[in-house]
Design a protein around this ligand. Structure first.
Ligand code: ADP
Ligand code: ASP
Ligand code: MG
Length: 400
């Protein structure tokens, strides 16, 4: 039996929490399982490191930022190993170099390409609890990379896939996946089970309880996930391909505040203009999300799209530098937006979900800017100030 256990920042916030986690890992080993532990940085370490870098410059070098941020995980894994060893248990901490875990080259948002599991296997066979830094990798330039905020979940699932672990347990500060963020909607319901597809939508639409890339990997390799609390022993939520529960029409409501909107106007009304814009953004590894294109009265195209808030300045710089090449006449942006979404497998078969959603938003006077839909979700861009209010109203409308 092999278990991968991942603990987030709040679960290792100080030495007392680290001891608590150590005890849980020891208990798992005593149950007869080999144990690989993946840790995030302690508490708010990553936020604080970013804030320090931003005191130097608004746009720090992406390579250097990764060099800085990965120190956080190195602190927590070494302290955990020391704690276990002091409790008389064999343990070893490993960083991305030591495993090694190879990623694509893009700093800040790298993806795993290959993990060599030989070293981990060797340490497990020597009866050690193996503690691995989450969130980090190495690229072909022999540099250290990070996987994007919340990326330790992805490290855990990728390791679980590579090691053919029996289960991957994600321990956090809530005891499962809820129908909405329980900090925003106090009466949200905990789900016993959720499918990969629904969880993927929830995660990519802002339910940060799981990093969305980790759900993709779990689905691809069939890794069963258990999301539960590091602070109690409540039964958590299982994420798997098929659930035994009867399908709910709507499985959840999510909001993502890490969104900024960019609008470029005055583009020529010909096929190449949109292509050139999207291609340039893509070449520069800028992911765009919700997008709409419209034709103005003057016959020019305007394209609006969203990026993450952290990518906004970089995107604006790039567009300004390429204004003439792209034929942009006007460029503006808005950071004060958020996406709210209703997610559920039932959306594809039930008409009326959209009407109900927009009715609920209208009833609290929240206007919607851009809208996108898929078979299992409806997303609207709204003023960020109303995001929590909108989530509470949508939850009340679909669940109460
Ligand atoms: P960790 O540091 O353990 O990785 P995160 O802060 O990344 O923890 O994720 C846990 C948080 O996710 C919770 O504290 C909760 O506020 C938030 N969250 C957002 N949406 C949901 C949801 N649908 N169900 C559970 N938690 C959610
Ligand atoms: N420490 C990183 C972050 O805060 C990774 C993680 O917590 O998963 O984003
Ligand atoms: Mg997280």
């Amino acid at each position: 039996m092999l278990t991968v256990m991942k603990f987030g920042g709040s679960s290792v916030a100080d030495l007392e929490h680290i001891r608590n986690v150590a005890n849980r890992c020891i208990a798992k080993q005593r149950e007869g399982s080999q144990v690989v532990v993946v840790l995030s940085a302690m508490g708010k370490t990553t936020d604080n490191l970013i804030a320090t870098a931003k005191q130097i410059t608004e746009q720090p070098s992406r390579r250097e930022l990764d060099m800085l941020l990965t120190t956080g995980e190195q602190v927590s894994v070494s302290l955990m190993a020391m704690t276990l060893i002091s409790m008389g248990v064999s343990a070893v901490s490993l960083n991305a170099w030591q495993v090694p875990m190879h990623t694509t080259s893009n700093y800040q948002n790298a993806r795993f390409k290959r993990i060599d599991s030989e070293r981990i296997r060797k340490e497990l066979d020597a009866n050690k609890i193996v503690i691995v830094t989450g969130f980090q990798g190495i690229n072909k330039y022999e540099d250290i990379t990070t996987l994007g905020r919340g990326g330790s979940d992805t490290t855990a699932v990728a390791l679980a896939a590579e090691l053919h672990a029996d289960v991957c347990e994600i321990y956090t500060d809530v005891d499962g996946v809820y129908t909405a963020d329980p900090r925003v909607v106090p009466n949200a319901h905990k789900m016993t089970e959720i499918t990969y597809d629904e969880m993927l939508e929830m995660a990519s639409l802002g339910a940060k309880v799981l990093h969305s890339r980790c759900v993709e990997i779990a689905k691809k390799y069939g890794v069963e996930l258990l999301v539960c609390s590091s602070l109690n022993h409540n039964s958590g939520t299982i994420v798997r391909e098929k659930t035994k529960m009867e399908k709910m029409l709507i499985s959840g409501v999510a909001a993502d505040k890490n969104v900024a909107k960019i609008r470029v106007a005055g583009l020529g009304n010909e096929p190449n203009s949109t292509f050139r814009l999207l291609n340039l953004l893509d070449k520069n590894k800028l992911n765009i999300d919700v997008m709409i294109q419209s034709l103005g009265k003057d016959g020019t195209k305007s394209v609006s799209f969203t990026v993450t808030k952290s990518d906004m300045l970089r995107a604006l710089d790039l567009l300004n530098e390429n204004k003439d090449y792209l034929g942009i006449k006007k460029l503006d942006s808005d950071e004060n937006v958020a996406k709210v979404s209703v997610i559920g497998a039932g959306i594809r078969s039930h008409s009326g979900v959209a009407a109900k959603m927009f009715g609920a938003l209208a009833s609290i006077d929240v206007n919607t800017e851009m809208v996108t839909t898929s078979e299992i979700r409806i997303t609207a861009l709204i003023d960020e100030a109303y995001a929590d209010l909108a989530v509470r109203k949508l939850h009340e409308t679909f669940f109460d």
